[in-house]
Design a binder for this molecule. Structure first.
Ligand code: ZN
Length: 93
């Protein structure tokens, strides 16, 4: 179910690193998976999610990173179709 690569695009190319963290948004009682990232792109993903939240395109809540290995995906809502793609070339407002 999880993608096997980091969600970041660099120069139009998918980052080839394997995902090391599951990015999720924790709000009240729920947790929504929004993507996966490698160690290198963790900060970028975090910043991008915050921007999307500010634009109302993402659930409100705290951004959380869980190491891929330790996550039981059963208790997290989400579908890989909902995952964000982070294009490094797209100008951030
Ligand atoms: Zn990456």
């Amino acid at each position: 179910m999880l993608p096997d690569q980091c969600s970041v695009l660099e120069d139009g190319k998918q980052c080839i690193n394997p995902p090391e963290f599951i990015v999720s948004i924790v709000s009240d009682e729920d947790e929504y998976m929004v993507g996966v990232t490698c160690q290198k792109h963790k900060q970028i993903v975090s910043g991008k999610v915050r921007i999307l939240q500010n634009e109302g395109k993402m659930h409100d809540g705290k951004i959380s990173f869980s190491p891929v290995k330790s996550v039981g995906t059963d208790c997290i809502h989400g579908d890989s179709d909902d995952f964000i793609q982070i294009d490094m070339n797209r100008k951030l407002k």
